[in-house]
Design a protein around this ligand. Structure first.
Ligand SMILES: [Zn+2]
Length: 180
């Protein structure tokens, strides 16, 4: 006990000296330290379950956000503008050169969306796992595949309604709303 007490006192007395010694030692062996730290981190990350990784990412971004509120806001605005531009371009392409519903001409951006002409939109979106904004980006990177058109929500509902009506009686007429 006495020994420990003595050591503690010695450390306290020579604190600055110790600190200097450690700093110098670290400076000399910096690369070795860094390497072993990186190795340990890599190993730790490799064995981490996915949820834990996602949790770490979330925490990192949250931290970044609170540290750089202005940059976060700017980024958000940029991203919104970027996504709006993509949406506008995609809707214009599938609106036949006009950012408007191909049925009724509705042109308010908030009402417009992409319609799968032959139906099955949900299943397809699920298959490629693209929804909303990422779906617009997908259409663009795929080079605007055929089979889609720009419709407003009203016309989407009408189409859905008429398809259901048809399903009750005879088979739906697929050509009815086709633009291509
Ligand atoms: Zn419409």
């Amino acid at each position: 006990m006495a020994d420990r007490e003595y050591q503690r006192k010695w450390r306290e007395k020579n604190r600055e000296k110790l600190r200097k010694y450690h700093r110098e030692y670290y400076g000399k062996h910096k690369d070795k330290y860094r390497e072993s730290r990186q190795r340990a981190t890599r190993k730790y990350r490799a064995n981490l379950p996915l949820e834990k990784k996602q949790e770490m990412c979330r925490r990192y971004h949250l931290n970044w956000r609170t540290k750089h509120p202005n940059r976060y806001e700017a980024q958000k605005v940029n991203l919104q503008e970027y996504n709006r531009k993509i949406k506008y371009d995609v809707l214009t392409y599938y609106g036949g050169g006009k950012c408007a519903c191909v049925k009724c001409g509705e042109s308010r951006l908030a009402c417009l969306s992409i319609d799968h002409i032959d139906g099955g939109g949900r299943a397809h979106n699920r298959a490629i796992n693209r929804w909303g904004g990422t779906f617009y980006r997908w259409l663009q990177t795929e080079g605007y595949p055929i089979g889609y058109q720009t419709l407003c929500m009203n016309c989407q509902w009408v189409k859905k309604y008429e398809r259901n009506e048809n399903n009750r009686g005879e088979a739906p007429s697929p050509g009815r709303y086709n633009r291509h």
